[in-house]
Design a protein around this ligand. Structure first.
Ligand code: NAP
Length: 283
């Protein structure tokens, strides 16, 4: 029997590429998105059901799951992929934008997970793949809200993995590093800036320079992310984490290999402009 996967945020980026990847490997795909009426590339394939799902709208989640089961008979795997990145200094991000970030990246993921679990439990099988980020393991400045949401995804998923193993349900965390997708268009458009926060002007300038020096390095592709998600769903193991990204692997290896304060000091020397370093070290 053909297997079926439900993917959230399938209108672009990893979600769309992963939908195509699974369909090409003989899976049925429930490709869900907020505006299915705008989708033209996935809709012609008979093994792909394009349907509406907004992770903040429980009725839409229930309808998408019901439509998928009606069309394909069962759901074997869920990819909680919908998400975006709120960037900017913490003090510049308005409380309602923080709420929105958590509503999508964290509470949205929980909403879809809660809705699928009775189906997985009934069948005593199922694989849940939660898309976190390298920013769920390591952080940089200007990323506190996004990183907080992805650290929450990590804690949620790791704890859930222990609970659900008792039900023969596998939980996987996929952690991409930098991968060019429309993620960065939305992140740029929603970047929080407050001109009144002049105390940060020097720091902002230093960070802009530092981040632009990272540009143009090695990075993974959406295709590699899709292949990793496929591996996570089909490898038959209870492996929890799948990290992708040549630029983030060394940073996570550093975090894993060093005592915590040594790691923080290494990062501080990278992110703290030299002008401030001595002052901070002496505090
Ligand atoms: P993307 O191309 O911008 O895709 C994000 C998807 O999430 C879009 O389909 C978007 O739908 C959807 N979405 C946003 N809010 C939603 C909501 N309330 N309900 C349902 N769907 C919603 O970005 P991407 O790079 O593929 O990102 C996918 C995931 O990977 C995200 O969780 C992101 O945090 C994570 N990630 C990305 C990178 C990277 O470098 N690209 C790195 C690490 C982790 P609309 O079209 O309706 O807005």
């Amino acid at each position: 029997m053909k297997k079926t996967i439900l993917i959230t945020g399938a209108s672009s980026g990893f979600g769309k590429t992963t939908s195509r990847f699974f369909a090409s490997r003989g899976w049925n795909v429930i490709a869900t998105m907020r505006s299915p009426e705008l989708e033209t590339e996935l809709s012609g394939d008979p093994s792909i059901l394009v349907t509406r799902l907004d992770v903040s709208d429980n009725a839409s989640i229930q309808s998408a799951i019901a439509a998928g089961i009606e069309q394909f008979g069962q759901i074997d795997a869920l990819v909680n992929n919908a998400g975006y990145g709120q960037q900017g200094l913490f003090e510049a991000v308005k409380p309602e934008k923080i709420q929105e970030q958590f509503d999508v990246n964290v509470f949205g993921m929980m909403n879809v997970t809660r809705a699928i679990l009775p189906h997985f439990r009934l069948r005593k099988q199922g694989t849940l793949v939660n898309i976190s980020s390298a920013a769920g393991r390591v952080t940089t400045p200007i990323l506190s809200i996004y990183a907080a949401s992805k650290f929450a995804v990590e804690g949620f998923s790791e704890s859930l993995a222990y609970e659900l193993e008792s039900q023969q349900i596998k939980v996987k965390i996929v952690e991409p590093g930098y991968v060019p997708t429309s993620f960065y268009e939305r992140a740029g458009a929603e970047f929080a800036y407050d001109a009144a926060l002049t105390d940060y002007n020097t720091f902002n300038g230093e960070m802009a320079e530092l981040f632009s020096s990272f540009a143009g390095g090695l990075n993974a592709t959406a295709e590699e992310v899709a292949r990793t998600i496929y591996e996570a769903v089909t490898d038959g193991t209870y492996t929890l984490r799948y990290l992708i990204g040549p630029e983030s692997e060394p940073l996570i290896a550093l975090r894993n290999s060093k005592p915590d304060q040594e790691y923080v000091s290494a990062l501080r020397s990278m992110f703290m402009p030299a002008a401030f370093e001595n002052k901070v070290e002496s505090i």
